[in-house]
Design a protein around this ligand. Structure first.
Ligand code: HAM
Length: 421
């Protein structure tokens, strides 16, 4: 047996207590804010036909070429673990017809990319994403960016940077690709081997190559907005104007291209300086999906929750008190009391208390130690004497005060102390 047999696969993690508390906290703030902005949750399958991703993300993209967990199932169907959430949602929208023309959906769940794991780069990671279906409209793009900043602020994160750019519409894309090739053709020999391959297949990606010599070349290129139509330029100008109007600081990043082919018009990324090489917290943009005769347009984003948590940890933004609170701990001294205490525990839980009960009658000191380790606020002790007398010993762990009470008084005391209504 390998020594790591109890570890998850590389690049994947078990999420468990106490860390899971922070995940739940982030998810619940996320859900309530997204609903405030009019988004409903959607849950699509984690497995999809491979073809969906190839057609949506683009054949030449890194994710499709190198990073998909792709395999044949037992029926010989070519399927893939979703590397992102947008394509699945678009499949639903196209299949669902005109009722979904203005749909606003959000999703929360695991995505899979077979990348080389490193800090902030996982093979299974979690995204909170949202998609708002609709025709191009700068106000919708800006609202979407504002929503992400609202989310980051609500989670307690500061110090991020918003970068925006435009890729133009489908016609601009052809013009931009041609324009870039014209600029880069004389410099082809100086590009890295990967970018030389990208020159024909995916020339836009040369703009975000990390290689030093490619970066120098890219820095000398004219901005791609200059290769676009006047209407696309004014679309971007309206986006930046509206961002300013909402008081959102955003840097115009003329080399920002994003990794998928479905984007058209506005694209953005929100980065955080504490994240190191994998500094993108959120990515998003406006898109157009063409499924044969049908097409869908919209705007959306996805945030990487592992990275949100890393940034929160690095900036001291983790809320201090996310522990599960045990309000009442029931101590059990003998088997007869256990039978009755089981009933008491259920009664208290039905009334809304977080209640734990010792199920193995044992030494009372050990049970008190367990109660204080769990942070219990109150302890109920019921042994043979209390059973015979029909009473309970109720102890306040913080004050150390203990009193003998009957059931109605005890419930009343706990209810008012713990403000349960
Ligand atoms: P993306 O930029 O590929 O966009 O991913 C969005 C976010 O997911 C990234 O900013 C990052 O935080 C996180 N992420 C991506 N890959 C990894 C990884 N290997 N490990 C950890 N976190 C990762 C999309 O997925 C688009 N579907 C976003 C979108 C929605 N655009 C429009 N609608």
């Amino acid at each position: 047996m390998p020594s790591d047999q109890y570890q998850p696969l590389g690049g994947m993690s078990d999420l468990q207590p106490p860390d899971i508390r922070l995940w739940q906290h982030i998810e619940s703030i996320g859900r309530s804010l997204l609903e405030r902005y009019g988004f409903d949750e959607i849950r699509t399958p984690i497995l999809e036909r491979t073809d969906l991703f190839i057609r949506s993300l683009g054949d030449a993209t890194d994710v499709v070429q190198k990073e998909m967990y792709r395999f044949d199932d037992r029926g010989g169907r070519d399927i893939t673990l979703r590397p992102e959430g947008t394509a699945g949602v678009m499949r639903v929208i196209v299949g669902g017809g005109p009722d979904l023309a203005g749909a606003k959906f959000y999703y929360l769940g695991p995505m899979f990319r077979a990348e080389r794991p490193q800090a902030g780069r996982k093979r299974q990671f979690h995204q909170l994403g949202a998609e708002a279906i609709g025709e191009p409209n700068p106000a919708a793009d800006v609202e979407c960016i504002a929503l992400q900043l609202h989310l980051l602020n609500a989670w307690g994160l500061q110090g991020y940077e918003v970068q925006v750019n435009s890729l133009g519409d489908a016609e601009d894309r052809v013009a931009v690709q041609e324009g870039l090739r014209n600029e880069l053709r004389p410099l082809l020999g100086e590009l890295c081997p990967v970018c030389r391959d990208r020159f024909e297949s995916n020339v836009l990606r040369i703009l975000d190559c990390k290689n030093e010599s490619c970066r120098k070349i890219v820095a000398g290129l004219p901005p791609i907005s200059g290769m676009m139509s006047e209407s696309s330029r004014s679309y971007l100008a309206e986006v930046t104007d509206l961002l300013g109007h909402l008081g959102i600081e955003a840097r115009l990043a003329t080399d920002l291209v994003r990794g998928f082919d479905y984007y058209a018009h506005t694209v953005w990324e929100i980065t955080h300086h504490e994240l190191g090489a994998q500094d993108s917290l959120c990515g998003g943009g406006r898109y157009r999906f063409d499924f044969g005769a049908k097409s869908v347009q919209g705007v959306g984003f996805a945030m990487g929750l592992e990275r949100v948590i890393m940034a929160l940890e690095a900036t001291g933004g983790i809320p201090p008190d996310l522990q599960r609170r045990v309000q009442v701990y029931i101590i059990t001294q003998d088997p007869a009391a256990l039978r009755e205490n089981l009933v008491l525990a259920q009664t208290l839980r039905m009334r809304g208390f977080n209640c734990e009960i010792e199920l193995r009658p044992r030494n009372i000191k050990k049970q008190l130690r367990t109660a204080s380790r769990l942070g219990a606020e109150w302890v109920v002790i019921r042994g043979e004497r209390e059973l015979n007398e029909g009473t309970f010993e109720l102890k306040n762990m913080r004050a150390g005060i203990q009193e003998t009470l009957e059931m109605p008084e005890m419930i009343e005391k706990l209810t008012s102390a713990l403000s349960i209504s």
